[in-house]
Design a protein around this ligand. Structure first.
Ligand code: FAD
Length: 457
């Protein structure tokens, strides 16, 4: 069985490896670098930069822990970028190695469907190669949305693609969109000294999360002196004398740069979908069935090009499931337990349903909460801000959870497992949690659903 994957982001490369492990002969086509947006322009570079600014923060706070740092502590932005670039290229090599080790042919070029079983690759030198495939997986990812109003120029008006390659730290930056990308990059820049203003059209930043959760981040952003404007949109944008001037309804904002992070759109432009009879929906997404197969039999689509959350771990899971299905399986992705993570300080992580969604749906639910402040471990590491909130249905089944605070993105794994398996608050709360750890906040929040948290005041 010959399988061709187009796009080597986290969706495509994991699909390729899974298919190879299941015995398929696999070729993967990538026009840029393996690892896709996630590795080259997304998850990994942002987290590398955030890790650098975290270290800066820890060192500045060292005295509180009885550690004296003599001499001046300063942030070296270009070294932070170098470290990030080095990490990314090491990991690109790592993925290429993995692909080759699994006997997968990597073809550099733009892949295009010729029909349901033929893919044309246009290589950098203009030469073309035609591949015959029994099955095809489309995984071409997404690009930033930047409407004409913003007058994107890649220099003053930029997207996350450019911000990750800045040569120097700007003095001021307007960030349009207070979602995950806007918040992570905004806090990173602020911590290195940039004056940051976040403009978010919705009533709160992180609009997909509950208000009490987002409030914790807002509190920290206020401490960080990040300006937040909510409930308003940008009405005009121009660049004058090397400055960006933006209208926000009746106010004018001015800054060195503007980053537009208002969302991403599927990238399917070069794919030749029409040649296989595939049409996209109004938002450019490729419709698929529960097995991730498109309307063209034998052609699957995964990741940011379909109507599922724009997240690397969703793309990866879909890649693995599509590969299994392409090789005769009958699997589905469990979308009820998709973790959502924001790597700011405090971190924000959530899974399943939110309280606001349940209120809108007028569904019965119960809540248990526990503040990190009440934990020995949180006090020891001086990270007491935030809480765990768990949500159960009328049968005590866990249907959602949020963690905002230290290591929230790692802590969420236990709650994701519980929501995935449909476990009850009692079942998970009965598990012995190690002391002193941050995970005790989860146990206490689960006990709190029944009013039985020992340490809750
Ligand atoms: P992509 O990763 O976009 O990969 C698609 C690949 O296909 C690309 O390499 C592209 O060059 C290639 N391609 C496109 N067309 C063709 C063609 N015709 N022929 C050949 N190759 C082609 N997600 C998280 O889960 N956690 C995070 O922390 C996180 N942080 C992010 C931070 C930023 C700044 C951004 C922008 C995104 C972030 N994401 C994060 C989202 C995540 O990066 C994407 O959801 C994920 O990369 C989608 O994977 P994919 O495989 O669908 O597509």
């Amino acid at each position: 069985m010959r399988l061709v994957v187009i796009g080597a982001g986290p969706g495509g490369y994991e699909a390729a490896i899974k298919a190879a492990k299941l015995g398929a002969k696999v070729s993967i086509i990538e026009k840029d670098k393996v690892g896709g947006t996630c590795l080259n322009r997304g998850c990994i570079p942002t987290k590398s930069l955030l890790a650098s600014s975290d270290v800066f923060g820890i060192v500045n706070n060292a005295q509180k822990f009885g550690v004296n740092i003599t001499g001046q502590v300063s942030a070296d932005f270009s070294e932070m970028m170098n470290r990030k670039n080095k990490l990314v290229s090491q990991m690109v090599n790592g993925i290429e190695f993995l692909l080759k080790k699994n006997g997968i042919e990597i073809i550099k070029g733009v892949g295009k469907l010729i029909d349901k079983n033929l893919v044309e690759v246009t290589k950098d030198d203009g030469s073309k190669e035609i591949l015959r495939a029994d099955k095809i997986i489309l995984a071409t990812g997404s690009i930033p949305v930047c409407p004409g109003l913003f007058n994107y120029d890649g220099k003053y008006i930029i997207t996350s693609d450019e911000v990750l390659n800045l040569e120097k730290i700007p003095d001021s930056m307007i960030i349009v969109g207070g979602g995950v990308i806007g918040c992570e990059i905004g806090q990173f820049l602020r911590r290195l000294g940039t004056e940051v203003t976040i403009v978010e059209m919705m009533p709160q930043i992180l609009p997909m999360e509950d208000e009490d959760v987002a409030k914790q981040l807002i509190r920290q952003f206020k401490k960080d002196k990040i300006k937040i404007i909510t409930g308003k949109g940008i009405t005009s944008v121009k660049v004058e004398n090397n400055r960006v001037i933006a209208g926000v309804e009746n106010t004018m904002l001015e800054a060195d740069m503007m980053m537009v992070s208002i969302g991403r759109k599927p990238f399917t432009e070069e794919l030749g979908l029409e040649n296989a009879g595939i049409e996209t929906d109004k938002r450019g997404r490729i419709p698929v069935n529960r097995k991730l197969e498109t309307c063209a039999e034998g052609i699957y689509a995964i990741g940011d090009i379909i109507d599922t959350p724009f997240l690397a771990h969703v793309a990866s899971k879909e890649g693995v499931i599509a590969a299994e299905n392409a090789l005769g399986g009958d699997k589905e992705v469990a979308y009820h337990a998709v973790p959502r993570c924001v790597y700011t300080e405090p971190e924000v992580a959530a899974v399943g349903l939110t309280e606001s969604e349940l209120k809108v749906a007028a569904k019965a639910y119960k809540i248990g909460t526990f503040d990190f402040r009440g934990l020995g471990k949180a006090q020891v590491i001086d990270k007491i801000q935030g809480f765990v909130k768990v949500i159960t249905d009328e049968n005590d089944k866990l249907i959602g959870a949020s963690v905002v605070g230290p290591n929230a993105t790692d802590l969420l794994a236990e709650l994701t497992l519980a929501v995935h398996l449909g476990l009850s608050a009692e079942q998970v709360g009965d598990v012995i949690h190690p002391h002193p750890t941050l995970s005790e906040a989860i146990m206490e929040a689960l006990h709190d659903v029944h009013g039985q948290s020992v340490h809750k005041v």
